[in-house]
Design a binder for this molecule. Structure first.
Ligand SMILES: [Zn+2]
Length: 428
């Protein structure tokens, strides 16, 4: 198959959509083209002054190739294809990218422009289904962690907290202490399958979006292919036009209409229960249990941190992993994890992190008024060298929360009763 070439389009054909920490997204608005119409272009970014990526050999495998292969070969076995965007590699061109930067850099938020820029030396990018354009409205939610850990592998110091307050709520408290913006959103409400609680979660997401002027990344709204901001009257009018019967831009009214439309869309979709199940079954030991098992198996050489000595898996290993996950995993006794399965558990934790970090896009079906399509995006492979950082962050977040004296009660509606933890003392 010949790969599409970006130089077959003009930089002017692409408009800025949004960006995250590592990537930036543009939408195709040029003349009809089989390969590019209804697609977005996802490009990698690089920090100002960084030269890391400039040395990439164009023949070597680049992260986007492996990201696409990861979705095609691994994620697609766990998530039905109807909930996944199509992804293909596109061949880039440095001069073309430089022209795009000149044209569109001004559309990026100032704080992003100060820290990074499009990596113009990349030879490949990703073309994905455009879930934002071609529809009057689209909503992007980053749901985050949808479960409470089981007690089995938690230490006496953390068990009471971690089984009462969810990871996201503890992290929010930690971030607020560091000067970050607060939110009352709790993922366990969103994942609850209970309409009242889903509406509560959506109301909190809306309030966070509104009060942060659209800068929190848990909710993004798009109207007519562009990101909507609460202080932009035109955006709010378009939102009101789509969401409300009377087109009123009254904030309470808009919030109510937003939560009603989205609550129904989420209740009708199997996507959130699927994500929660994947997250919780893949992160079955909690990072604490994983760390203990790793220490047992790495004979004292783990001083550099969890997973530090472990090479990243090849794609073939991920394929084998999924086979085990779909078969043996369910019959193993995870309360007494076998040290022989340490690599499996490490990979499972990485994959769980992929599902904790993804986003969902909800947009109206073109064929059926009042019903919505839900698509899961941003499913990147995580690397073993992140594990040590996550373990330290987990400890920091819990210690902070403990010292804050607060104890929010987050209810995990899919949690199965705690049993089989009695053998815990034998291996702790
Ligand atoms: Zn919570």
């Amino acid at each position: 198959m010949t790969l599409p070439l970006i130089i077959e389009t003009k930089p002017e054909d692409w408009t800025y959509v949004s960006e995250g920490g590592a990537t930036i997204v543009f939408s195709y608005r040029g003349p009809h083209n089989v390969q590019f119409s209804d697609h977005v272009l996802r490009l990698r970014k690089v920090a100002h002054g960084s030269s890391n990526s400039t040395l990439l050999d164009s023949n070597s495998e680049q992260p986007d190739d492996s990201m696409i292969a990861f979705q095609e070969n691994i994620i697609s076995k766990l998530v039905p294809s109807e909930f996944l965007p199509s992804l293909v590699v596109v061949v880039l061109d440095e001069d073309w990218l430089r022209s795009l930067v000149v044209l569109r850099n001004g559309d990026r938020p100032a704080e992003r422009r100060q820290t990074d820029h499009i990596d113009v030396r990349r030879s490949k990018g990703v073309l994905a289904t455009d879930l934002i354009g071609g529809t009057p409205i689209a909503m992007e939610i980053k749901p985050k962690w949808g479960f409470l850990p089981t007690e089995c592998h938690l230490s006496p110091e953390t068990a009471a907290l971690k089984t009462t307050t969810c990871r996201f709520c503890m992290h929010t408290s930690f971030r607020m202490e560091q000067g970050g913006i607060g939110t009352t959103y709790c993922p366990l409400d969103l994942f609850s399958r209970d309409e009242t609680r889903i509406r509560k979660a959506l109301g909190a997401l809306w309030a966070g979006w509104y009060e942060s002027h659209g800068s929190l990344n848990n909710l993004r709204l798009f109207v007519e292919g562009r990101m909507a901001k609460p202080d932009d009257d035109h955006s709010m009018q378009l939102l009101a036009h789509f969401l409300t019967a009377d087109e009123s831009t009254d904030v309470q009214n808009l919030r109510e209409s937003f939560t009603s439309a989205l609550a129904q869309a989420l209740l009708d979709s199997p996507v959130l229960p699927l994500l929660s199940t994947l997250q919780r079954t893949l992160d079955i030991l909690d990072v604490e249990g994983l760390s203990k098992l790793y220490t047992q198996t790495s004979s004292g050489s783990s001083c550099d941190g969890l997973g530090s000595l472990v090479p990243d898996p090849y794609m073939e290993e991920w394929e084998d992993f999924v086979e085990v996950y779909q078969s043996d995993h369910h019959s193993w006794d995870h309360t007494v994890p076998s040290p022989g399965h340490i690599r499996y558990y490490l990979m499972a934790y990485l994959l769980s992190a992929t599902f904790k970090d993804c986003s969902i896009i909800i947009r109206p079906k073109s064929t059926q008024i009042g019903s919505f399509d839900t698509t899961i995006i941003d499913m990147d492979i995580k690397s073993m060298d992140r594990l040590g950082k996550w373990e330290r962050l987990d400890r920091k977040i819990v210690e902070h929360y403990k010292s804050s004296g607060s104890q929010r009660r987050c209810i995990d509606s899919q949690r199965i009763s705690q049993s089989g933890c009695t053998q815990l003392s034998e291996w702790r």
